[in-house]
Design a protein around this ligand. Structure first.
Ligand SMILES: [Zn+2]
Length: 471
């Protein structure tokens, strides 16, 4: 099967140029600059099975979302999107690869958790997928299992300074896991908030009568994210390993990442669309605020520009979603009497690529090349998938978007594909959308319609992170 994507502007992290892209079966066979191509007749007379006209459009690498939680058990319920519905929604929004978090159940093996996630995704995900491992216990047995997981292409491990009694790890456990990654090449990812202290503040708030969702945002001080981020980075420096901070939400936490990088520490961090576009105000408005409960919480509005600046200056290397959707009716409502019982998580996997285009490129905060870098190329580099993913070069997987930078659309739960009964971006009018979404040479979405096969996705056995490219 040969497909020629012609007349488009190829936009990569390295630059933009008018070129035609030849896809043969699942991979990119050739990228031919248009002037050279025409002058030298490179593609003249080539027989192709399909031609996609990308005139007036960008041709960019498919989006890579390295932080999703399909079907995650949380607080007595499950994140609503399955690998099937969630990956399909992601594809509609221009994402072609997802990395999800397999979870260890406290007291059980990592293997059992990983096997459960493989079973959920296999044959269901329409997108290529990989896993990180969330560790609830650090002990001799799980440390030994880490080596095996790295060998199986699951080289990242998420630890928590939050959620005491569930996922919380004390400093010595975090340090032992970091030491282990120095040996086995894995990467520690940190959920950095001081959970035990937050629990004290939250209990005080509830005792004083604050039970509404706003309490969630008030209890989780930004300075407690800053403290845990700083601690995580110093522990990693002591262990002599890189560290990756997930879902960085505040100016405060960004300051310590910036300082660390300035002194040469191998500290990396992502932020999420919700922290760039939403704020603490959304947690107000009575119980409606439950729709916006995630951890870390949404911050006061004035943190947003600091995060955008962090993305521009590369103190933040990428944007992932932390997609973890719960219905407002029946799920978020579990916390009607007490904000601590509201399932933590938001639906976002479908909106990331377009929101970043709108807020980044259209609103003049970054170049279109940087947009590609933070939504596809850096995720691929940092998580051992480059240049198979996140690039437009011969030999790369043909994961491509024909992207219309001018199309205007309005985000709404009435039209989105995520299996959840509300949108956190309801009514947002944004510019930019994918006309064609291709995964390994197969068109999945065309003009907003699903045209792909079921269960198209494959497990990605990933190598260790490519820090040198990012340091
Ligand atoms: Zn998460």
């Amino acid at each position: 099967m040969r497909t020629l994507i012609t007349n488009g502007l190829v936009v990569t992290a390295d630059g933009s140029f008018e070129a035609d892209v030849l896809v043969v079966d699942e991979t990119i066979e050739a990228v031919v600059g248009r002037e050279t191509g025409v002058a030298e007749g490179v593609l003249a007379g080539l027989a192709v099975d399909a031609t996609i006209d990308a005139a007036g459009k960008y041709v960019v690498p498919g989006g890579i979302d390295v932080h999703t939680h399909m079907e995650l058990p949380f607080g007595g319920t499950y994140a609503k999107d399955t690998f099937e519905s969630g990956s399909k929604a992601a594809a509609h929004g221009g994402t072609t690869t997802i990395l999800d978090f397999a979870a260890q159940t406290k007291g059980r093996s990592l293997r059992e958790g990983l096997d459960a996630w493989h079973a959920r995704a296999e044959g269901k995900s329409v997108l290529d997928y990989g896993f990180h491992m969330m560790m609830a216990d650090v002990n001799d047995a799980t440390l030994a299992e880490m080596d095996q997981l790295v060998a199986e292409g699951v080289p990242d491990f998420k630890l928590f300074t939050a959620y005491p009694g569930v996922f919380y790890s004390p400093d010595d456990h975090i340090f032992r896991a970091m030491q282990r990654t120095r040996e086995n090449g894995g990467l520690i990812m940190m959920h950095a908030e001081n959970g035990p202290v937050i629990d004290v503040i939250a209990a005080d708030l509830v005792a004083a009568g604050t039970t509404a969702p706003i309490g969630h945002g008030l209890a989780r001080y930004a300075v407690l994210e800053k403290e845990a981020t700083s601690r995580s980075i110093y522990l990693a420096e002591a262990a002599g390993v890189p560290v990756y901070i997930v879902h960085l939400s505040s100016r405060d936490a960004l300051e310590v990442v910036t300082d660390a990088r300035d002194r040469g520490a191998m500290a990396f961090a992502e932020t999420c669309p919700q922290y760039l576009f939403l704020s603490l105000d959304d947690l107000g408005n009575g119980f409606e605020g439950a729709k916006y409960v995630c951890s870390p919480p949404l911050r006061p509005k004035d943190h947003q520009e600091a995060l955008w600046r962090g993305l521009l200056k590369d103190d933040l290397q990428l944007v992932a979603t932390d997609h973890c959707p719960f219905d407002f009716h029946g799920q978020k409502e579990l916390g009607r009497e007490d904000f601590r019982k509201i399932p933590n998580g938001l639906p976002a996997v479908e909106d990331r690529v377009d929101l970043l285009h709108h807020g980044g490129v259209v609103q003049g905060r970054m170049s279109r090349e940087r947009w590609v870098e933070i939504m596809a190329t850096n995720p691929a580099k940092l998580f051992g998938m480059y240049p198979k993913k996140g690039a437009i070069v011969p030999g790369s997987d043909a994961d491509l978007l024909v992207y219309d930078p001018n199309r205007i659309r309005t985000i709404s739960a009435a039209t989105h594909h995520m299996d959840v009964d509300y949108s956190i971006f309801e009514g947002f009018e944004i510019q930019g959308a994918s006309d064609v979404v291709m995964s390994r040479g197969t068109v999945l979405v065309r003009d907003g319609e699903w045209v792909g096969p079921a269960g198209h996705g494959r497990f990605l056995r990933r190598g260790p992170a490519d820090y040198v490219r990012l340091a």
